[in-house]
Ligand binder design. Structure first.
Ligand code: UD1
Length: 441
C-alpha cells in the first residue's frame, strides 16, 4: 500500500459507516490493565495504529495481549509483567504520546519506569512538565538523562498527594488517576480535565476496585487501595471520528449515517453543527448527519476543554466553514499551533487568515504571544483540487475532506498518519461512494 491517495472531489459523501472505540480512551484503558493482578477484557477496540503501538509496549513489559480484530475484543494478561529493555521501548517511543502514561502503573508494579522520546502530532510544544510534577508529588524520583527520563519509586512507596493542575490537561489528569489509585492514602486533584474519555477511564478503574469521586468543580478525589483486579469493559465510541464524518457530510453536501455515534458525548458539537446549518437525526444506533440544502452560516467558535468545543473537532469543521456565507471566527485555546493545516486549504481556494490575537471573545493563555491561534474564515469559497501533504492526524483528515469537497482531482500524500486515529478510513470512504484510489508515491 502506498501512502498517496488520489481523490476526485466534488461529489457528496452518502452512506453508512461505523465508528468503534475512542482513540483517546482505548490505549489508556489498555495501560490501566497493568494495574490489575488478573486479566482484563476490552471490547469495541478499533484497529488503529495507536492501539498497535500500545499493544507492542505492553508486550515488551510482559503483558500477554490478544486482539480479535474483527470482533474488536482485546484480552490483556498482566500477571507476568516485567521490566522492558530501554532500547526496545525507545524503538516504539517516537510514534505516540501514550508511553508517558505507563509511569504510574509501572512504578507500582516494578518500582521503575522509563520515558522515551514521545510522538504525537506536531500541533504545539506539547510539554510534559505537568506529568513530571505530578509524579514527583507522589514521591517518585525523576531523573532526566541524555537517553531519556528515568523514574523510580521511593522505598516507602508512592503516597497520595494534593495536585493543582495549571490547565485541565487530559494526559496529566490520566497520569494522576493511574498513579493515585494504588498510592498510599488520598489524592486530591484540582483543575482536572473531565472529558468523556476520562470518565470512562474512571469507570474502568472503578471496576478494577478503585475508589474515585468526581466533583462538579473539576476536583477529583482518589482513595488509594492495595490491590486492583482485571476488568471487563466496552469502550465508549470515538466522538472525534464521528464529528469528522459529520464535517465531511456538511462540506460535501452529503448525508452520512454514523453508526456508534453517541449524542451525550457530542452535545456541544451538535449545537455548533446545527448553528452552521447542518442537520442531524439521532436514534439508538447512531446519528445521521446531513446537509439539508440551502446555505451554511458563518459562526464564532472557540475551542476549549470539556464541556467546551473540542480542539480535535476544530480542523474538520473549518473545512465546512469555508462553505458558509460570511466571516467565521475560530479561536483555538487548547493548542497554540493548530492552524498550520489552513495553508493547504488556502492553496485549494479557501480564504483563511490567521492571527496572533485572541479573536471572538475571551482572552486565552496564548494571547499577546507569538502564536497564530485565531482564524477568520471567509466564505463561501469554491475549493479546487491540489497536491497536498498531510501535516498531522486531524489536519490530515481535514485535507481529505477538503479534497473530497473540491472540484477536480487532488493527491493527498502521507495519509498513513491518518491511520493513527481513523480505523479503515479508506474502506469507509469507499462505503460513502467517494472517488478515491491509491496512487504511486
Ligand atoms: C489529549 C488528546 C488530544 C486532545 C487533547 C485535548 C489523547 C491521546 N490525546 O492530548 O487528542 O487534543 O487531549 O483535548 O488523548 N500541557 C502542558 N504540560 C503538560 C501537559 C499538557 O503545558 O505536561 C498543555 C499542552 O501543551 C496543551 C494543553 O496542556 O496546550 C492540553 O494538553 P493535554 O490535555 O494534556 O493533551 P493530551 O493529553 O496530550
Amino acid at each position: 500500500m502506498t501512502s498517496v491517495l488520489r481523490i476526485e472531489g466534488g461529489h457528496p459523501l452518502n452512506g453508512t459507516i461505523t465508528v468503534r472505540g475512542a482513540k483517546n480512551f482505548v490505549p489508556k484503558a489498555m495501560v490501566a490493565s497493568l494495574l490489575g493482578d488478573s486479566p482484563s477484557q476490552l471490547d469495541n477496540v478499533p484497529l488503529i495504529r495507536d492501539v498497535d503501538v500500545v499493544s507492542d509496549l505492553l508486550r515488551l513489559h510482559g503483558v500477554t495481549v490478544e486482539f480479535d480484530q474483527k470482533r474488536g475484543r482485546m484480552s490483556l494478561d498482566p500477571t507476568n509483567v516485567k521490566v522492558a529493555s530501554r532500547s526496545d521501548i525507545d524503538s516504539l517511543g517516537g510514534s505516540s504520546r501514550i508511553p508517558i502514561l505507563f509511569c504510574g502503573p509501572l512504578l507500582h508494579q516494578l518500582g521503575e519506569a522509563f520515558i522515551p522520546e514521545l510522538g504525537g502530532c506536531a500541533i504545539g510544544g506539547r510539554p510534559i512538565d505537568f506529568h513530571l510534577d505530578t509524579l514527583r508529588k507522589f514521591g517518585a524520583v525523576v531523573d532526566k538523562r541524555s537517553d531519556g527520563i528515568h523514574i523510580t519509586r521511593p522505598a516507602e512507596g508512592l503516597r497520595g498527594a494534593i495536585i493543582d493542575l495549571p490547565f485541565p490537561s487530559v494526559g496529566a489528569t490520566e497520569q494522576t488517576l493511574l498513579t493515585a489509585v494504588r498510592a498510599e492514602g488520598i489524592t486530591i486533584l484540582r483543575g482536572a480535565a473531565v472529558e468523556p474519555e476520562i470518565m470512562d477511564l474512571i469507570n474502568v478503574l472503578q471496576k478494577m476496585g478503585a475508589i474515585i469521586s468526581v466533583d462538579t468543580d473539576r476536583t477529583i478525589r482518589i482513595e488509594g487501595v492495595d490491590r486492583l483486579v482485571g476488568y471487563t469493559h466496552v469502550a465508549l465510541p470515538d466522538r472525534i471520528e464521528a464529528a469528522s464524518w459529520a464535517a465531511a457530510a456538511l462540506a460535501t453536501r452529503g448525508d452520512i449515517y454514523v453508526l456508534g455515534a453517541h449524542q451525550p458525548d457530542m452535545t456541544t458539537f451538535l449545537n455548533t453543527f446545527r448553528k452552521v446549518g447542518g442537520a442531524f437525526d439521532i436514534d439508538a444506533e447512531g446519528i445521521r448527519f446531513y446537509h439539508p440544502g440551502g446555505e451554511l452560516h458563518a459562526i464564532a467558535l472557540e475551542t476549549g476543554v470539556h464541556p467546551g468545543f473540542m480542539t480535535d473537532w476544530q480542523q474538520p469543521l473549518v473545512v465546512a466553514l469555508t462553505q458558509a456565507r460570511g466571516l467565521s471566527i475560530v479561536h483555538e485555546t487548547v493548542y497554540e499551533k493548530r492552524f498550520g493545516f489552513t495553508e493547504a486549504l488556502n492553496q485549494m481556494g479557501a480564504q483563511i487568515q490567521v492571527y496572533r490575537e485572541c479573536l471572538g471573545g475571551s482572552e486565552c493563555r496564548f494571547g499577546q504571544r507569538n502564536f497564530y491561534h485565531s482564524a477568520v474564515v471567509s466564505g463561501p469559497t469554491p475549493l479546487h483540487g491540489a497536491d497536498i501533504v498531510v501535516p498531522d492526524l486531524r489536519g490530515g483528515f481535514s485535507h481529505l475532506i477538503a479534497a473530497l469537497a473540491a472540484e477536480g482531482t487532488s493527491t493527498v500524500a502521507g495519509i498513513d498518519v491518518i491511520a493513527r486515529g481513523y480505523e479503515h478510513f479508506t474502506t469507509k470512504l469507499g462505503q460513502l461512494d467517494a472517488r478515491v484510489a491509491y496512487a504511486a508515491d
